[in-house]
Ligand binder design. Sequence first.
Ligand SMILES: [Zn+2]
Length: 149
Amino acid sequence: MEFTSFMDQALEEARAAAARGEVPVGAVLVGPDGAIVARAGNRTRELSDPSAHAEMLVIREACAATGSERLPDHDLYVTLEPCPMCAAVIGAARLRRLYYGASDPKSGGVAQGPRVFAHPQCHHVPEVYDGIAGAASEALLKEFFAARR
Ligand SMILES: [Zn+2]
């Protein structure tokens, strides 16, 4: 099957999050048949929920829809390197692949910081592809934080 990136849709969700005053991070979850099963941007402020990261929202939605706590053969596209919390949930959900855009030196937990998938306690390690549309994602974040200063 030909590779189709869903990072454009994830970036759309990130832009929509920025418009809501949320940190612009967007995520798209793609099912085994290659169709989008959930898409979301950060909603931590709106929901008063520090765990309402884009990744958490799409995983929760897809798990609720399938009635399963695991989503094998699902691929996640997210505009920013997942934090340790999201990385742990990505592993717990048994996602197949993780594609992310910008790296996050401040809060990332995949390629830096806790490096969740490198821990022996991590029961499932997805295939990880970084730097997908990383520049666009980073520009969006910089713009957002520059405007708030
Ligand atoms: Zn997170």
